[in-house]
Design a protein around this ligand. Structure first.
Ligand SMILES: CSCC[C@H](NC=O)C(=O)N[C@@H](CC(C)C)C(=O)N[C@@H](Cc1ccccc1)C(=O)O
Length: 665
């Protein structure tokens, strides 16, 4: 009997739960419920209200495009985002509505403002106003005349005229006033936070167009209409949160000690002792204080990554493929307050006293659901995915650890086909980043591969997150220790799990695509490769990627003008003339992280060198095709991958050829 397994089309069954926002009294949780409608080719999202005591749930906003509820401190009101459809003539008009509603009046809501986006919002303690970081000036020009940097951003488009500015928004009248920070000509606000005493608003902002990775921390004093600089030249996530006594600000980020490989830390600034060094609360932990577990079943959230309750500062850190929720206070060490077991705490919100925490948790075999924890007692509140999960066979990954040749332990997981599914071969799947991690995030794609008969092997080689900062730091050395770890992992699993050496494929996206390209230029071990949103040439990557012109210099240690040879040495394209592995190249035509040229150059090179190659270009998609692309495109992408593996690992092509020949005879 054939087992019911996950297939590309089973994407439609997954309920994407996100943004669990708890009311200040801890009685209710507002959250977003999204569904993937493959037939209509859309994501449909609505807002639900959960009663924590009874578990009773009712719809607050029916959608189809409502998300991101943020309750007010009074516990009665909330704001949320509604995405609105625009026709051709309205292109360039704001596509989002910021709306205001009462928790006790389901369905009703009032428009506050139309916006192009919302980077961050923070309620005033009297629940009358919002401090908001809002993008302004989205251009819709036919001919784009650009004089600024950056030119574009993945998923946002051409943002050369866009600045993110800080505003105070009256939720009743919709009146918006910009907060004047300084005589700043250009700014991108990263985060904004209203102090609990109501007198101050903290803002983190990039002010140097050529160096947007530098962030300054300002405090704006409402009574005096005056802003003061608290700290300069910070980097990292840039999220901020006030202490309950409105004196300290916790900043999530770093000072680039290891460039882009640096862990985000919690740095606490004393706003009454300017110039004093911030206290680093997570340095002893030596973990990235954000969750970087890969998953392809998330939906957008507006919850902060930090919250300062009366019991301490809450944050999630990446740790060995898991993501526990930690608490830390100045002068103390971080401790785990929610241990997700073999899972990740994906997002959270807590009551101001810290007594109750709402969160979403996922595991490698269950998409997100909402949970609540009261002083150590955690319970699950939603079961959106139970029914369909019970109807399919999903296998559970097994973790393995091996010692790399330099003595460092490297972790990985193996996901076998579910019982009853014929084994056809196996795949080494490489994650992006490189500073993200595989582990206990739900990957629909992995279960689809396993369901088709392909064992999936995934690891966290050097460069990955979830370990020490040193482990994550492969700057200047891409394709060296990371490559060795991966190839040593391959030998380890072949030996330990008796995987067939002649039935292996390699695949990955973004940095994982870079590594796939690198691997096929350095070994012929794999029978097939699938490279997605990949990087093939660091020279042409320079100046095109949206993550900044400085990224290549930071990570690869070269520019087209400095160490040019090194840029080329580290580019998979240099080794394309050695490739023999049949390669499927998947790329989106609006991928502004790794632009289409990366795929085209590789495709052309492989074609010209006689390698069996197929190029799939997805229109109107960006770098996030596999995670948030149009549903039909996501299905098509998975089908293309399965077809390629079937052709090259399961001999489908030979079978078909033989069948055709027999038919002709
Ligand atoms: C300021 S972050 C540094 C780069 C960023 N890393 C985050 O993961 C990134 O986008 N890296 C790319 C590769 C780079 C262009 C060479 C990457 O590999 N992205 C990954 C990771 C990712 C996962 C989820 C959301 C965004 C990025 C990927 O696309 O899978």
């Amino acid at each position: 009997m054939t087992a019911r397994v996950l297939t590309p089309e089973t994407l439609r069954n997954i309920v994407l739960v996100s943004n669990p926002a708890i009311t200040p009294d801890g009685g209710k949780i507002l959250y977003t419920v999204a569904r993937i409608n493959i037939d209509a080719d859309t994501y449909e999202s609505s807002i639900s209200l959960l009663d924590v005591a009874t578990g009773f749930e009712e719809p607050l906003q029916q959608g189809p495009s409502d998300s991101c509820p943020i309750p007010a401190p009074n516990g009665r009101h909330y704001v949320f985002i509604r995405r609105v459809e625009r026709d051709r003539k309205q292109r360039g008009q704001p596509g989002l509505e910021l709306r205001f509603a009462s928790i006790d009046r389901p369905g009703a809501s009032r428009l506050i403002a139309r916006v192009h986006g919302l980077v961050s919002v923070s309620w005033s303690p009297d629940s009358l106003r919002l401090a908001a970081a809002i993008p302004v000036g989205l251009p819709d020009e036919d001919v784009k005349v650009v004089e600024t940097l950056p030119v574009w951003f993945n998923g946002k488009g051409f943002i050369y005229k866009t600045q993110v500015k800080p505003f105070i928004v009256d939720v009743y009248s919709g009146y918006m006033e910009e907060i004047k920070l300084d005589d700043v000509k250009w700014m991108q606000v990263a985060d904004i936070a209203w102090s609990p005493d109501g007198r101050k608003i903290a803002v983190t902002v990039s002010r140097v167009m050529e160096k947007p990775y530098l962030r300054d921390l300002y405090v704006y004093y409402l009574d005096e209409d005056r802003a003061e600089l608290v700290a300069e030249k910070l980097s990292g996530f840039g999220e901020i949160v006030w202490s309950p006594d409105s004196r300290y600000i916790a900043y999530l980020g770093h000072r680039r000690e290891r460039g882009f490989a640096t862990h985000n830390k919690i740095l606490v600034f004393d706003t009454e002792d300017r110039g004093s060094e911030p206290e680093c609360l997570t340095c002893s932990l030596d973990r990235n204080a954000v969750n970087t577990a890969n998953s392809d079943v998330r939906f957008s959230s507006c919850l902060k990554k930090l919250q300062w309750t009366r019991k301490g500062i809450l944050f999630v850190a990446s740790d060995h493929g898991r993501a526990p929720l930690y608490s830390v206070e100045p002068g103390s060490e971080p401790t785990i307050v929610i241990d997700p077991g073999e899972g990740v705490v994906d997002e959270f919100s807590a009551t101001p006293d810290g007594a109750r925490i709402a969160y979403t948790r996922m595991t490698a075999t269950e998409p997100r659901e909402v949970y609540v924890s009261d002083g150590g007692n955690a319970r699950r509140l939603t079961r959106h995915n139970d029914t369909w999960l019970s109807r399919y066979k999903l296998s559970k990954p097994e973790k393995f650890v091996f010692k790399a040749s330099d003595g460092v332990e490297v972790e990985g997981w193996i996901l076998r086909p579910p019982e009853g599914v014929e084994e056809k071969g196996w795949v080494l799947y490489i994650h992006g980043g490189p500073k993200t991690m595989f582990g206990y995030g739900f990957m629909h794609e992995f279960h689809v591969l396993a369901g088709r008969g392909y064992t999936v092997v995934y690891t966290n080689p050097r460069g990955s997150d979830g370990y020490s900062e040193e482990f994550a730091d492969i700057r200047c050395r891409y394709g060296e220790r990371d490559y060795q770890d991966l190839m040593e992992a391959v030998e380890y699993v072949i030996e330990r799990y008796r995987l067939p050496r002649d039935k292996a494929a390699v695949m990955g996206g973004s940095y994982g695509g870079f590594m796939t390209n690198w691997i096929i230029g350095h070994t012929d071990l794999f029978k097939a490769a699938v490279t997605m949103r990949s990087i093939s040439n660091w020279i042409s990557m320079y100046g095109t990627t949206d993550i900044g012109w400085y990224f290549v210099e930071d990570q690869i240690c070269c520019t087209p003008w400095r160490n040019f040879e090194h840029c080329w040495e580290k580019s998979p394209l240099k080794y394309a003339d050695r490739v023999k592995t049949p390669t499927l190249i998947i790329h989106s035509n609006e991928d502004y992280r790794c632009w289409l040229d990366q795929a085209l150059q590789l495709y052309t090179a492989l074609k010209l060198h006689g390698v069996e190659t197929r190029l799939a270009i997805f229109p109107n998609e960006n770098h996030d095709l596999s995670r948030s692309g149009k549903p039909k495109h996501r299905v098509k992408r998975l089908q293309l991958i399965l077809e390629w593996l079937d052709e090259h690992l399961a001999g489908k092509k030979e079978e078909e050829k033989a069948g055709r020949e027999a038919g002709n005879a």
